[in-house]
Design a protein. Structure first.
Length: 242
C-alpha cells in the first residue's frame, strides 16, 4: 500500500491580466505546486505571486517547464535537439529558482508540462534533456512509471516521482492522452478512480479497458473548470494513503 501519496497541481498559469483557474482556492487542497515558468503561461509577477501563495500554504514548489509554445499553452508537440531543449528547460527552471531564492525557499522538483511531459514518456532525447537539468539542480522529476522517461531517469540517477493523472484520460494502451483543454469532471467519480488505483494498481482507459499503474502522486490541472471541488474531494479520499 502506497504511503505518503500526494496531490500535485499545475498552477500559476495565468498571464498579465488573464487568469487561469482559482489558484488561491486550489492551494489549500494540494501537497505539491508545479509553478509555470513562462514558456506556456505565467509571467514574472504571476510567478512571484504564485511562489508566495504556495509558501503561505506550506506547499513545496516545483518548476513546471514546457516547450516554448505560449499560444498553444504548451500542449503542442515540438521536435528539438537535446542541447536546445535542455537550454530551454534550464532557462525556465532558473527563472523560478530566482524567485525561490528571493523568498528563501528550495526547489522541490521538476514537473514537465503538457506536450513536453508526453514527449518524455516515449522519446529518449527529451527525457535526457530533462535529466540534464534535474541533475544540475539535484531534484526529482515527476513522470510516469514504466515509460522511456522512467528508464532514462533511473539509468542516470534521477529520482522519479511516479504520477497518475486524475483529470486526464488514457488510451487503450494505457498511454496518457495530452489534450488541449480539460472538461469538467465529477469529483466523486475522479475520487473513486484514484482510490481504485491506490488499492488495486488498476485504472480505466477511455474505451472501457484497464491498465496497470503505479503512482505516488496524483495530478490535477488548474484549468479544469471545477478543479477546486476535485482537489478537495481527492484530498479527503486519499487520506488512507497520505
Amino acid at each position: 500500500m502506497t504511503r505518503g501519496a500526494t496531490i500535485n497541481c499545475d498552477i500559476g498559469e495565468g498571464f498579465a491580466l488573464y487568469r487561469c483557474g482559482d489558484d488561491a482556492g486550489i492551494m489549500p487542497h494540494i501537497h505539491l505546486a508545479n509553478v509555470a515558468c513562462g514558456f506556456h503561461a505565467s509571467d514574472p509577477v504571476i510567478m512571484r505571486d504564485t511562489v508566495k501563495l504556495a509558501a503561505d500554504n506550506n506547499v513545496p514548489i516545483g518548476a513546471h517547464p514546457s516547450f516554448p509554445d505560449k499560444q498553444g499553452f504548451g500542449r503542442r508537440d515540438m521536435i528539438m535537439e537535446r542541447e536546445e531543449l535542455a537550454a530551454c528547460v534550464r532557462y525556465q527552471v532558473g527563472a523560478l529558482k530566482g524567485f525561490l531564492d528571493a523568498a528563501g525557499l528550495k526547489l522541490n522538483h521538476i514537473k514537465p508540462h503538457g506536450a513536453l511531459f508526453g514527449a518524455a514518456t516515449h522519446r529518449e532525447v527529451v527525457a535526457n534533456a530533462l535529466a540534464d537539468v534535474a541533475l544540475q539542480y539535484g531534484v526529482p522529476v515527476i513522470g510516469i512509471a514504466g515509460t522511456v522517461a522512467d528508464k532514462v531517469y533511473k539509468a542516470r540517477g534521477v529520482t522519479i516521482i511516479p504520477e497518475y493523472y486524475a483529470d486526464n484520460d488514457y488510451d487503450s494502451s494505457g498511454a496518457l492522452i495530452v489534450c488541449r483543454t480539460h472538461p469538467k469532471r465529477d469529483p466523486d467519480e475522479v475520487s473513486r478512480k484514484v482510490v481504485r488505483m491506490f488499492k488495486e494498481g488498476k485504472a480505466p482507459t477511455i474505451d472501457g479497458k484497464e491498465f496497470d499503474v503505479k503512482a505516488t502522486t496524483v495530478c490535477v490541472h488548474s484549468d479544469t473548470p471545477n478543479v477546486v471541488d476535485i482537489a478537495r474531494a481527492l484530498k479527503e479520499a486519499m487520506k488512507p494513503w497520505a
